[in-house]
Design a protein around this ligand. Structure first.
Ligand SMILES: Cc1ncc(COP(=O)(O)O)c(C=O)c1O
Length: 429
């Protein structure tokens, strides 16, 4: 397929998955194999030398995963992609070629709580430091830059607060600092926003969410724009110098705009090992076929549910960027013109006790710790995901006692609203 001439929905169905040349199978086969027979000793040597592209061992590459990688790179407008076992694995994999002990990243304070936890408490064990800044003012990124800064990290649309980052402004500051901008595009998906068009270098995903779409498969992905000059600043020796982890190969000199993706497979997946199971890649490929249809419905439903809640007497506030009085509404219009996503928080009058009663009273919604499923989901963060924090920390994280997080599914919107109506009634009566 010549990708450039097709629309998003066409590419969602076709990119990366031509009929199987061996059998004619129209659906993508699941290559459930750990290894691949070499043609002869010369071909084996060429594969190990990265002189030819092919399959050696499924920790590094697998044809089903490769199809998903091609599809995600196409949908994000990137050059290459590496899939991983989870979103969190993808984040480590994404930073790995850039970082070394003593290296720093600058990250938004509004990231998904699990990402902040990873950055604050686990990255230091690798000798990496994350400086956490308020991304509402892009200049905070500039202020945090030091000679050791290797990357900026933001979410296009943050989980759960509906916070939208000014990608273009932050990308400009990253460019001036000579570092790549990484954007977690999990909540927006490329259907709503393509951060590479605004200057992002690397996109990370938890494919666990909207991309797989039905709550079946853990997975992650890193997409490289292929546009960053890894040699210019001298800050990225693993990519643009002799890489000791691959017998001194200079990836940037050898592979140009595919250097980052080759490194992620040949060194990142090889040495860290967080490979995606081919069955999960296959389920995610199926999910992506309907991404545009689902996102359209997710966003339309979420908009109606947010408007309903904003009028409800038992509701204190609603934090959804699709509402005109929301702080991020203008940024939503710029970066998410097709809709403000389907995940948002709201506060109930009556605080913690009412919040608990709502999650215990819903019937259609599932009370669980996930987002981006076709089914509507709800959680009360203060009593679950954020319960280990102090009261002050919970409020700072947007998980105060009254907060409920919704992930609005694709069911009939009247049924979603009716379920919330009866749950709010029970909880407040
Ligand atoms: C925005 C975001 N990024 C990354 C992750 C981590 O993804 P995973 O759970 O697939 O490791 C999550 C999980 O909820 C998320 O919401």
């Amino acid at each position: 397929m010549t990708d450039k001439t097709y629309g998003f929905e066409t590419l969602s169905v076709h990119a990366g998955a031509a009929p199987d040349p061996a059998t004619g199978a129209r659906a993508l086969p699941i290559y459930q194999t750990t290894a691949y027979v070499f043609e002869d000793a010369d071909q084996a040597a060429a594969l190990f030398n990265l002189q030819t592209v092919g399959f050696i061992y499924s920790r590094l590459t697998n044809p089903t995963n490769a199809a998903l990688e091609a599809r995600l790179a196409t949908l994000e407008g990137g050059r290459g992609c590496t899939v991983a076992s989870s979103g969190h694995a993808a984040q480590v994999l994404a930073l790995f070629p850039l970082m070394a002990p003593g290296a720093e990243i600058v990250a938004s304070s509004r990231l998904y709580g699990g990402s902040l936890q990873q950055m604050r408490n686990t990255y230091p064990k690798f000798g990496w430091t994350a400086k956490i800044v308020d991304a509402d003012d892009p200049e905070n990124f500039k202020r945090a830059v030091t000679p050791n800064t290797k990357a900026f990290f933001i979410e296009s649309l943050a989980n759960p607060g509906g916070v939208i980052s000014d990608i273009e402004a932050i990308a400009r500051i990253a460019e001036a600092a000579g570092v790549p901008l990484l954007v977690d595009n999990t909540l927006a998906t490329p259907w709503l926003c393509k951060p590479i068009e605004y200057g992002a270098t690397l996109i990370v995903h938890s494919t666990t969410k909207f991309l797989s779409g039905t709550g079946t498969s853990m997975g992650g992905a890193v997409v490289d724009s292929g546009q960053f000059d890894w040699a210019k600043s001298g800050k990225f020796p693993s990519l643009a110098g002799p890489e000791p982890a691959y017998h001194g190969l200079n990836f940037f000199e050898s592979f140009g705009d595919m250097a980052y993706t080759f490194h992620s497979h040949a060194v990142g997946l090889r040495d860290l090992g967080p490979s995606q199971a081919p069955f999960n890649a296959w389920l995610t490929m199926l999910g992506i076929e309907t991404l545009g249809l689902r996102m359209e419905r997710h966003c339309a439903n979420a908009q109606k549910v947010a408007e309903y809640l904003a009028r409800h007497p038992a509701v204190a506030w609603v934090n959804y960027a699709g509402l005109p009085d929301n702080k991020y509404h203008q940024l939503a219009r710029k970066y998410l013109p097709k809709g403000a996503g389907s995940i948002f928080t709201f506060g109930v009058k009556g605080g913690y006790d009412v919040g608990i009663k709502v999650v215990d009273s819903v019937e259609l919604f599932s009370h669980l710790a996930n987002i981006g499923d076709a089914k509507s989901l709800i959680i009360h963060p203060a009593s679950t995901t954020h319960r280990q924090l102090s009261d002050e920390q919970r409020v700072a994280a947007g998980a105060g006692p009254d907060v409920l997080r919704l992930s609005i599914g694709i069911e009939t919107v009247d049924d979603i609203i009716a379920d919330l109506e009866q749950a709010l009634k029970k909880a407040t009566s």
